[in-house]
Design a protein around this ligand. Structure first.
Ligand SMILES: [Zn+2]
Length: 111
């Protein structure tokens, strides 16, 4: 945090914000998300995209860290469920790799 109290937030759709998750997202919802100039944060305000981060170590807003942790855990569960369905868009191995990564990110946001 700097003297002006400018915090670094996460996007409300924090899970979709990570470029490395785009493949899973694309195969789940059918399109890759754009990076807009102004975004709604996990704590419910609007900030410039530059004031957000997908890196747990960079996010200084406590409410956003909590939001990100919950969202990553929720999405990990969702990916796990989808991977068990017949005709899933990705393999169980891909899902396992993704959920491991998502839960690791969630853990890093919780510290
Ligand atoms: Zn925030």
């Amino acid at each position: 945090m700097d003297r002006n109290g400018a915090l670094i937030h996460v996007e409300q759709k924090v899970v979709e914000a990570g470029a490395d998750m785009r493949n899973v997202i694309t195969s789940t919802v059918g399109h890759a998300p754009d990076a807009p100039s102004v975004v709604t944060t996990g704590c419910g305000i609007q900030v410039a995209y530059a004031m957000t981060s997908v890196h747990p170590e960079s996010v200084t807003c406590h409410a956003c860290r909590e939001h990100a942790r919950r969202e990553y855990l929720r999405f990990a569960d969702q990916v796990e469920r989808l991977s068990r369905m017949a005709g899933a868009a990705f393999t169980v191995d891909q899902a396992t790799a993704a959920t491991t990564r998502l839960r690791d990110l969630a853990r890093r946001f919780s510290t």
